[in-house]
Design a protein around this ligand. Sequence first.
Ligand SMILES: Cc1ncc(COP(=O)(O)O)c(C=O)c1O
Length: 400
Amino acid sequence: MAFLADALSRIKPSATIAITQMARDLKGKGKDVISLSVGEPDFDTPQNIKDAAVAAIARGETKYTPVPGIVPLREAIAAKFKRENNLDYKPTQTIVGTGGKHVLFNAFMATINPGDEVVIPAPYWVSYPEMILLCGGTPVYVTTKIENNFKLTPEELDRAITPRTKWFMFNSPSNPSGAAYTWAELKALTDVLMKHPHVWVLTDDMYEHLVFGDFVYTTPAQVEPGLMDRTLTMNGVSKAYAMTGWRIGYAAGPDKLIKAMELVQGQQTSGACSIAQWAAVEALNGPQDFIPQSRKVFEERRDLVVSMLNQASGLKCPKPEGAFYVYPSCAALIGKKAPSGKVIETDEDFVMELLATEGVATVHGSSFGLGPNFRVSYATSNAALEEACRRIQRFCASIA
Ligand SMILES: Cc1ncc(COP(=O)(O)O)c(C=O)c1O
């Protein structure tokens, strides 16, 4: 009898975490490494949010909370959806989890039966397929095109839907490409979804606040209210308020889905950390000036990185609308020789040679389902980014 669960044979470890660890190990050995592989803001959590957590401890808010979240947080979430997305959810139609990742996992756990398909545009966030596979479902990938700035077209979505499709997994702005859908682009997709009433929409809005220039953010149920009764709108405080370690994510959706997710959570975590929930109340209800400040910093960095990477020979880097990632193609360098003498056959070879030669850690595109590309996270200082991009330029120039 096998000791480990069969389900584990269906999944693989996160490539992002593996590269970050490799970079850490090289640093430990004294190599000068710049890590562009992590997916978290490099700012500290705003002070008012930290203060709210300290005050919660002092008040004794240190006990089990209701499974779906404390009432003030569920009220703050409903108010946030109304204020920022014009969505009418009751507090009872919201749920709080231990990070956005946990909320997604519970949604899949609560709904997926063997054979159920989930349509995922590629490139995708590494965890979607693995969560779906763990829950016994089947990811159905739809590869987007670099010339469409990695955005799914309505025809591509329509072709991917079958009678077995349970969810359409949507993520805008996207990790890893940074692509964000305009109202019109999203409406074209929701029009397709309206033709397929059995398909539910899971929208991961984690990077909602990181959009640049005059881009206006929209979410599926806002663009097409007819989808409200089959959409789970998921979001969190991790990226918007630099709160990755607090582990608070949330979602809102139809009563029957939220009740099912609560049932899962009740036998699993019994709800998120009480102190972090009070911090999230302050994040959502308190002053919001942190958001435009961080957006401005990230926009400057995006412009810097896109410009420098497009000057590297053999790289092609689209300019995305949001998040803190870019996703350049290294197709022109495949089949050529790195300075070490190794022939670069894949984007993984490119990333590994770049790390070994120049000490710059990025993540290969094939782990996000679309290559030959690599993901650069620009959630680090301008000085480090400039130096990293100079090294990437030098590395690309030395490939023959
Ligand atoms: C697209 C996307 N969704 C969800 C998450 C998970 O967020 P959290 O840290 O709140 O679990 C991440 C984190 O990297 C992400 O990039």
